[in-house]
Design a protein around this ligand. Structure first.
Ligand code: UDP
Length: 321
């Protein structure tokens, strides 16, 4: 059985559905602080918090857990700057609780949701895994700290992990049973789709004089189901190899904020009012990753390489919100 911490959230829920479709038994542990009970329909669900070592020990004793995936993190960069303690307690301390309980109970396989935010401002594009690690906010630092802990654990103990550095997760389950649903919403695609759906007046473009062809930021959008497939491959890798690895997960293509808005306009057929505003602090102009390592070692290949199709799945889900 696979324990999925944070399995009621956006990425965790998609991974959970895919694992169940592949015949894995899963146990979701989520405190529903940001997750949705509607997303827990596959596998077993326990509402609970990683800050309870007792609960974690109880779970490992009661269920036959082979591997753990950890999605239970806070992910708002701005909030992490204003309230770093919230991020270090949840993203770092609670992950340490999980690792401690795994060790105590003899569970030695871990898959970690990391982020391209561990790189900070890119020195070169596309980003590869050996790029210097200089996160520029507490969110990115909390993720890098866990990666460092994992590396030390793998050296010292009988323990293997895969750390997956996501670029911008996007899109939704093609069956639209689950999708991107953050409260509050800060991400560009769901915000633009809110405008298309008439729930929001306009989208603010954060910065128009970046050194990019159209002056707006460029990001690498990767379909959440492709992230799900990568977790499946990572699990199979750990089952076969006693080895730890770190992989980028991106599409390798960049899209600017204006291109995102144009694509959403095309997919939805709605006029989208965009307003040019100041840049958001801490946004690098371009973040595009190379996923060659995951392609070579995991045999992973994104199936959703067409950005328009990614937005189509997001829109199908968004209309149900
Ligand atoms: N963005 C924007 N307006 C918004 C939200 C985001 O222009 O209301 C831009 C943001 O500056 C970044 C890109 O869209 O360049 C993607 O931002 P998002 O918050 O979706 O993801 P992030 O890259 O921060 O993880």
């Amino acid at each position: 059985m696979i324990l999925i911490a944070g399995g009621a959230g956006y990425v965790g829920a998609h991974v959970n559905k895919i694992l169940n479709q592949q015949g894995y038994e899963t146990l979701i542990l989520d405190n529903l602080s940001y997750g949705h009970p509607e997303f827990t329909r596959w596998g077993t669900f326990i509402e609970g918090d990683l800050d309870s070592p007792e609960l974690l020990d109880k779970i490992f004793q009661e269920y036959d857990i082979d591997a753990v995936m950890d999605f239970a993190a806070f992910t708002y960069v701005g909030e992490s700057v204003e309230d770093p303690q919230k991020y270090y307690l949840n993203n770092l301390k609670n992950t340490l609780n999980l690792l401690q309980s795994m060790q105590k109970n003899g569970v030695d396989q871990f898959i970690f949701s990391s982020t391209c935010a561990v790189y900070g401002n890119p020195e070169r594009i596309p980003l590869t895994e050996d790029h210097p690690l200089n996160p520029i906010n507490p969110y990115g630092r909390s993720k890098l700290m866990v990666e460092q802990v994992l590396s030390d654990y793998a050296q010292a103990y009988d323990f293997n992990y895969i750390s997956l550095r996501y670029f911008n997760a996007a899109g939704a389950d093609p069956e639209a049973q689950i999708g991107e649903w953050h409260q509050p919403e800060t991400h560009i695609i769901p915000l633009v789709l809110d405008v298309a759906a008439g729930k929001r007046e306009d989208i603010k473009i954060f910065g128009t004089d970046y050194p990019t062809p159209d002056g707006t930021c460029i990001r690498d959008y990767i379909h959440v189901c492709d992230l799900g497939q990568a977790h499946l491959k990572a699990l199979q890798f750990l089952e076969k190899n006693e080895k730890s690895e770190v992989f980028n997960l991106g599409n390798g293509n960049g899209f600017s904020v204006r291109e995102v808005i144009d694509t959403c306009q095309e997919v939805t057929g709605k006029e989208i009012r965009a307003i040019e505003t100041e840049a958001r602090a801490g946004d690098p102009p371009v973040l595009v990753g190379s996923s060659d390592k995951a392609r070579q070692i995991l045999g992973w290949k994104p199936q959703w390489s067409d950005f328009k199709q990614i937005v189509e799945t997001a829109w199908k889900w968004h209309q149900k919100l």
